[in-house]
Design a binder for this molecule. Structure first.
Ligand code: FES
Length: 574
């Protein structure tokens, strides 16, 4: 950023700066702005409202509240649109566009005149995209999320997107509920605007962002449709004005130690495995490498404290009533790097000490009595995991944590859709389902297809979980014994490309192993016979950019030219 302030920043280049400012002011005055307004500090507001995005349905109200906060502090708020991504409205998958949204946001942060920016995100990919952008542009920035939806009811049951979406769909596939009921449920799963009401990816990213220090304290869990959410937006606008004056930048907040705090929180909340990919991408923008083995080791000392779906029983509105991140951070305090700077201008430790503890509650457990002793997400190695794969242990069936079974391989998402319910499919309940060519390049976009459905004929026996392995991702709202992010992916010749139906697969989570019982000689023979899939070809446009530059899951599936290399630090520090 230049030393110029407000409207004088980022002047369009005509070779005459005074002319550039004169022309800019002439045009903006057409919208009725006074000279007084145009002399104020400018706060950009990234507006991600879209008619295609119910998770962001409250953004217009949030924008108004942010503007109020900015103006109360004497600044000029300027909203601008960026790409908005919703999980169910992005073909082939929203992850394919996360980097595009990050590029859009980063370039607008650079191109438009602003002294600080409020980033309004919420749905899964939007917050990581915005923080990747903020890290790269390094403009003073503060994250605001749309907030979680409220939970609803079906009969006597509480329900909420999207863990219950999957549970009910499994029941429907298994023939235990009929078409009339599934249609009724469809109208009840998402009762309000806001992000998924469980500890899915959106909630995970919101909590991690608060721990990272890029959001106002308490901002992660306030439900979308409450007055408190609007007050949080107003306070965010006011704080953005202070950031503009102080010049505190994302690179001073998003440090290796701050990422370690965010990763601790990811583990303690039993958060989404997607949090690992997004953390790697965000850190990579600052030259910080995510060390997955050190992350696994962090798990040993980080118990799962939060009893939320998909692994527990409560919903996000319960977590908020229980104290939200305040309750979590108070419990984790001895494990956190308390000297990390936050967007408030105070350290994380100061913010924790200043936040009052709530009432007695059952959603956030004390560290002395956790839900799960540790290692919410484990990092697996072995001849089927390649450079590594991850599994959310806390979402696994205990009896499958150590399991040997016969591989049943699906070559692609299309192959899976075609054969999974075929009555003639050779599959038994102890088999291991494998989906390949569904990684960053293979699908493309590394979709959330890792929650491979239980084959109908097995589901009808009442079986709800099997070991499943893939090179793609899984929704944070899903559960089961599911190995994800096998790296390198099959489409670039990773180990999943070599496995064949009938091979014996061994998963051993306690020992962090994922193996196929195939000799190295046989694997070499298969490697020589392997050819890359046709789907990797791309002639033009975004697909070409994506295919030529997307990295593997361990590096965050960011574009190679956006990562800050060489890496200068690692997180967690270990
Ligand atoms: Fe947007 Fe779940 S679909 S948060």
């Amino acid at each position: 950023m230049t030393d110029q302030k407000g409207m004088r920043r980022s002047l369009t280049r005509y070779g005459d700066e005074a002319f550039s400012l004169y022309l800019r002011k002439a045009f903006i005055k057409a919208m009725g702005y006074s000279d007084d307004a145009l002399d104020r500090p400018v706060i950009g507001i990234a507006n991600t409202f879209s008619a295609y995005n119910a998770c962001h349905a409250n953004v217009p109200a949030l924008v108004e509240a942010v503007k109020r906060g900015v103006m109360l502090a004497g600044g000029l708020p300027m909203e601008f649109p960026t790409i908005s991504l919703h999980e169910s409205f992005a073909y082939p998958t929203s992850m394919y566009f996360r980097n595009l949204m990050a590029m859009d946001t980063e370039e607008m942060l650079r191109a438009l005149p602003m002294d600080a920016c409020v980033l309004i995100g919420g749905c899964d990919k939007t917050v990581p995209a915005q923080l990747m952008a903020a890290a790269s542009a390094d403009v003073p920035a503060i994250q605001l999320v749309t907030g979680p939806m409220l939970s609803g009811t079906h009969g006597t049951e509480r329900i909420g997107a999207c863990t219950d979406c999957r549970r009910f769909w499994g029941e429907y596939r298994g023939g235990r509920i009929d078409e009339a009921e599934i249609n009724q449920i469809e109208g009840r799963l998402v009762p309000t605007a806001g992000t998924c009401g469980v500890m899915g990816t959106a909630s995970t990213m919101a909590c991690m962002t608060e721990a990272l220090g890029m959001m106002l304290p308490g901002g992660a869990t306030i439900p979308a449709v409450t007055a408190d959410r609007l007050r949080c937006a107003e306070a965010t606008g006011t704080r953005a004005m202070a950031l503009a004056k102080e010049g505190l930048r994302p690179s001073e907040i998003m440090t290796p130690k701050a990422f370690e705090n965010a990763l601790r929180v990811l583990l303690a909340i039993g958060g989404s495995t997607n949090g690992v990919v997004h953390a790697a991408a965000m850190a990579g923008r600052l030259g910080i490498e995510l060390d997955l083995e050190a992350f696994d080791a962090l798990g040993a000392t980080t118990p799962v404290l939060v009893d939320l779906k998909p692994t527990g029983k409560y919903y996000m509105d319960d977590l908020h009533r229980a104290g939200g991140m305040t309750a979590i951070l108070h419990e984790l305090k001895p494990l956190l790097n308390l000297d990390c700077m936050t967007v408030t201008g105070r350290t994380l430790g100061q913010e924790i000490d200043a936040a009052p503890l709530g009432h007695k509650q059952a959603v956030v457990r004390p560290i002395s009595n956790p839900i799960h002793a540790g290692g919410g997400i484990a990092f697996l190695k072995g001849n089927l995991a390649g450079d590594g794969a991850i599994i959310k242990q806390s979402a696994c069936s205990k009896e499958l944590l150590v399991h040997t079974g016969r591989a049943v391989v699906f070559d692609s998402l299309e192959d899976l859709a075609m054969r999974i319910d075929d009555p003639g499919l050779d599959v038994a309940k102890d088999d291991v389902l494998i989906l390949r060519n569904a990684g960053p390049k293979g699908a493309p976009g590394m979709p959330e297809a890792g929650y491979i459905p239980i084959p109908k004929k097995i589901a009808q026996q009442g079986i709800k979980d099997m070991v499943r392995i893939s090179d793609c991702r899984m929704s944070g709202t899903a559960f089961g014994t599911i190995v994800l992010h096998a790296t390198p992916e099959a489409a670039v010749g990773g180990p999943l490309a070599l496995v064949e139906s009938g091979d014996l697969i061994r998963l051993d989570v306690p020992n962090r192993r994922l193996e196929m019982d195939v000799s190295e000689t046989e694997l070499e023979k298969r490697r020589k016979a392997w050819t890359p899939p046709e789907t990797l070809k791309a002639e033009r446009g975004y697909k070409k950019l994506y295919m030529d530059h997307v990295t593997q899951a361990g590096e965050g599936a960011d574009f190679d030219f956006l990562v800050k290399r060489p890496y200068v630090a690692k997180t967690p520090a270990g």
